[in-house]
Write a protein that binds this ligand. Structure first.
Ligand SMILES: *Cc1c(COP(=O)(O)O)cnc(C)c1O
Length: 393
């Protein structure tokens, strides 16, 4: 590959791609594959948001470049959302930036903050895009160990002082992908204290901040006093409003970092299409009842799968948020072996835990992105498998 950079050549293989290839092969053989692999909502965006997009797309003025940091209406709507949801004041001009989805934000934030050789603490298990973003920026990822014995909040005492001092950034994600773990305010209080003590930037990915249930409401890291001195929070409409393809999110917090990211992005993308920003502003200013409806859909699916798994002897912690169930692989299999077995013997795609870091081994992630009837079918198919025995070669 004479034209491909070392950076790209050295990217870890994209595991979802190999499962999608196998899915196509099985479907060609007539198998009815149920895909619980990729975390993409199956339901549509709210119609009032789609209507605003259609309306704004008609106006010629909206077909021009947006301002680099996103239009004022969008940034003000983000500030409004932070006030309503978290009672946090943010300046829409200096502390808010529109993103083309939070994945874009993660990748470019890394370029804006990390120099080659800098160390970044990355949750393990965690969202794989963190590690690749660090790699693309020439940084070095160090695992931030998370463990189910303490609800997947950071185990700082397992990280040496030297590493804590060396790290320039620490990433967190609650409610979390893949573990569905949630954090309380004290988790963020401690994280900000660590960021201050060790002079790190704390980046909190809040992609599932609004998808919560069982009475739980997710805090914002910016609720911690003085958080803006040490932290940036990333939000997205992708999961909460079923808007993955729209590519709209935001970064909020430390003005210096927001400015650095805006400067970088002004050289790369010139922000998102204005009608998308304006429709997203309408979503963020809404009463959020659409998001609550979406959350209750996920909750019902989660309860169904959770009890089905329970009957099968598959253990999972019952989550209070996200669109995932994170379950233990039965004894006798690696996570990859178990995911392969489910695909080939039941036509069900799940994601093996090791795809999210070495501490994900022993688990698998199920995305709750199909209807309840399909989840009944998943349970029915798993019941026919001999999984408790760990009966593999
Ligand atoms: C889905 C997801 C994202 C990406 O969201 P976009 O805004 O669509 O880019 C970011 N972080 C986590 C943890 C996710 O699961």
């Amino acid at each position: 590959m004479p034209f491909v950079s070392e950076k790209v050549k050295n990217l870890p293989p994209y595991l979802f791609a190999s499962f999608q290839r196998k899915k196509k092969e099985l479907e060609a053989d007539g198998v009815d594959v149920i895909d619980l692999g990729i975390g993409a909502p199956d339901l549509p965006a709210p119609s009032f948001v789609v209507d605003r997009l259609a309306e704004e797309a008609e106006h010629a003025a909206n077909q021009r470049y947006s301002t680099y940091s996103g239009c004022a209406e969008f940034r003000e709507a983000v500030a409004h959302f932070y006030k309503q949801q978290y009672d946090v004041d943010v300046d829409p001009d200096t502390e808010v930036l529109a993103l083309i989805g939070s994945k874009e934000g993660i990748a470019n934030l890394m370029q804006a903050v990390i120099d080659p050789g800098d160390t970044v603490l990355v949750p393990d298990p965690g969202y794989p895009a963190y590690r690749t973003a660090v790699h693309l920026a020439g940084g070095v990822s160090a695992p931030l160990p998370l463990d189910d014995t303490n609800g997947y909040v950071p185990l700082y005492e397992q990280i040496g002082q030297e590493l804590m001092n060396r790290a320039k950034m620490m990433l967190l994600n609650y409610p979390g992908n893949p573990t569905a773990a949630t954090a309380d305010f004290d988790t963020f209080l401690e994280a900000i204290a660590k960021a201050a003590e060790h002079n790190m930037l704390l980046v909190h990915d809040a992609a599932y901040d609004m998808i919560t249930f069982n009475g739980y409401e997710a805090p914002s890291v910016l609720q911690v006093p003085n958080a803006k001195e040490h932290a940036v929070e990333l939000g997205s409409l992708s999961k909460s409003f079923n808007m993955t393809g729209w590519r709209i999110g935001y970064a909020v917090g430390n003005a210096e970092v927001i400015n650095a990211l805006a400067t970088l992005k002004s050289n790369i993308d010139t922000s998102q299409f204005l009608p998308i920003q304006k429709a997203a502003a309408t979503a963020l200013r809404s009463d959020l009842s659409a998001v609550k409806e979406h959350s209750s859909v996920y909750q019902a699916r989660m309860e169904k799968l959770y009890s089905g798994f329970h009957d099968l002897g598959i253990h999972a912690d019952k989550p209070n948020g996200t669109i995932f169930l994170w379950a233990q692989v039965p004894d006798g299999y690696s996570s990859m072996e178990f995911a392969d077995k489910l695909l080939h013997e039941a036509g069900v795609i799940v994601t093996p835990g090791h795809a999210f870091g070495s501490r994900g081994e022993g688990y698998f992630r199920v995305a709750l992105t199909v209807g309840e009837e399909r989840l009944d079918e998943v349970i029915a198919r798993l019941k026919k498998l001999d999984i408790k025995e760990g009966s593999h070669p």
